[in-house]
Structures are given as structure tokens and as C-alpha cells.
Write a protein that binds this ligand. Structure first.
Ligand code: FES
Length: 92
């Protein structure tokens, strides 16, 4: 298991470890709108929240996409730039 140590400047990433649905991003064409990215890794509707975080310290991250584009959503839940993939999955 990868440790974050005591440094965690991202308020959307709790100190406990999220589940890792997959060690690669979910890349998909995304239309403009509001999206709730799953931060806990428990949702069965990855990369989005389905309410499965209830009872954990995790909360989904609301993200507004302003124009249609291809998005690489983080699916390892360890990105340092949520909700987007930053390549961290390669280190897990
Ligand atoms: Fe994971 Fe809601 S199900 S944050």
C-alpha cells in the first residue's frame, strides 16, 4: 500500500486510502455539465459517485465541464489533481 505520509494539501483526499477500481484512467468523451467524481473508489458507476461513500470519510468531488471534450478521469483515486488523471496510477 502506498503511503501519503503526513503531507496532504488536497482537501478532497482524506488521509485514509480509497479503493482502487482500476490502475488506469477512464477516458471518455464528456459533454458540458456537472459531474460528481467518486473519490472513495467504491462506486459501481465509475468514475462517478453512486452514493457508496456513505459511512466513510470520503465525499464526491463536483466538477463542471464547460465544453465537450475527452476527459481522462482518475480511476485509481490517488491522483493529486482530482478528478483528472495525473499518471499517479503508474506508481501504485
Ligand atoms: Fe465514491 Fe460517492 S461512491 S465518492
Amino acid at each position: 500500500m502506498r503511503s501519503r505520509g503526513s503531507v496532504n494539501s488536497n482537501p478532497f483526499i482524506p488521509m485514509s486510502e480509497p479503493n482502487i477500481p482500476q490502475k488506469s484512467p477512464i477516458v471518455q468523451k464528456t459533454e458540458p455539465g456537472d459531474y460528481w467524481w467518486c473519490a472513495c473508489g467504491r462506486s459501481v458507476k465509475q468514475p462517478f459517485c453512486d452514493g457508496s461513500h456513505k459511512g466513510t470519510e470520503f465525499k464526491p468531488l463536483k466538477t463542471t465541464i464547460t465544453e465537450a471534450k475527452t476527459v481522462a478521469w482518475c480511476a485509481c483515486k490517488h491522483t493529486q489533481s482530482p478528478p483528472f488523471c495525473d499518471g499517479t496510477h503508474r506508481t501504485l
